[in-house]
Design a protein around this ligand. Sequence first.
Ligand SMILES: C[S@@+](CC[C@H](N)C(=O)[O-])C[C@H]1O[C@@H](n2cnc3c(N)ncnc32)[C@H](O)[C@@H]1O
Length: 318
Amino acid sequence: MEALSRGPRRSPAPAFASVPRRTACAPGSSSGTAARLRPILATRATTSLPVRAIKYLFGRARWFMGGAAHDAWESVRGKRDPLVPPRRHIFIGGGDFRSTGHAFRQLFVDLGGLSANDDVLDVGSGIGRIAVGLTGFLQGRYEGFDIVGSGIEWSQRRITARYPNFRFQRADIYNKRYNRKGRWRASEYRFPYEDESFDFVLLTSVFTHLLPADAENYVGEVGRVLRPGGTCFATFFLLDDGALQRIAEGRSAPSFHVQGDGYRTIRKGHPEVAVAHRLETVAGWFDATGLMSRTIYPGSWSGRSDGTSYQDIVIARR
Ligand SMILES: C[S@@+](CC[C@H](N)C(=O)[O-])C[C@H]1O[C@@H](n2cnc3c(N)ncnc32)[C@H](O)[C@@H]1O
């Protein structure tokens, strides 16, 4: 089966070219995890684990202190943006909060055809980074859900209070990285929305933290809540022959050197830190839920020099 058709290697629209490559989730580049781990992973062949762990902890402490100082300085000068959370509360990765949200909004419009009047579902809405990027543009209904309570509370307080068409709710689902005490399994979770109630469903840097059974169920749920003709915009780390080759050559970040059961990760015993799925497997999930018309825009994570964004983007229509 020819899985998913390829998008142009470079986005044809000038707007893509100007979108920072490394927007897909993380600190300074990659998925939050990936970017934080990049320096550690880069030295994995030569440095022992305890040394890497200490370096990592120092890096985190420096980031935390620096963030707090920056926030305090902005507050003193009266320059705190009310729609940007304090840096120490941001758990979704680094990078500039506002410009990442904006860059994604541009991609939703340019690649996914998002319209201002669409009803949008943001699965894994985090701490509102994507929602903030959509404020001032989206007139339709926006629903976001996530498994981290602090992100939902912040989003309700800061975003819903100003934009009542934006609503957020928490789902207490287990994920080893984000919600270790979660009650429900993602592999069995039914999104709390009616069938065919959205025009556009987006998942930015969420499948990259889900194991295959969880991701498969989520693709099915996306198909259920999308209206006929609706669009799914999702980011992944997709494993095809080219990506596997570049991983073997050490050109990818994350390294994805750990083989899981039907996926790859970077940390044995804690795979949700970063998950790469096989392209054919993902295509099978989309087929099964009727999301047939698909385009992939490969990202730069696997070492390609021509990625549209950092993670691979899959656009599918119902
Ligand atoms: C890297 S962050 C991306 C957040 C947001 N999509 C963004 O781009 O700003 C990954 C998000 O996925 C959420 N997540 C993890 N497992 C989830 C699940 N089973 N259902 C919904 N969200 C989940 C995490 O809580 C976290 O907010």
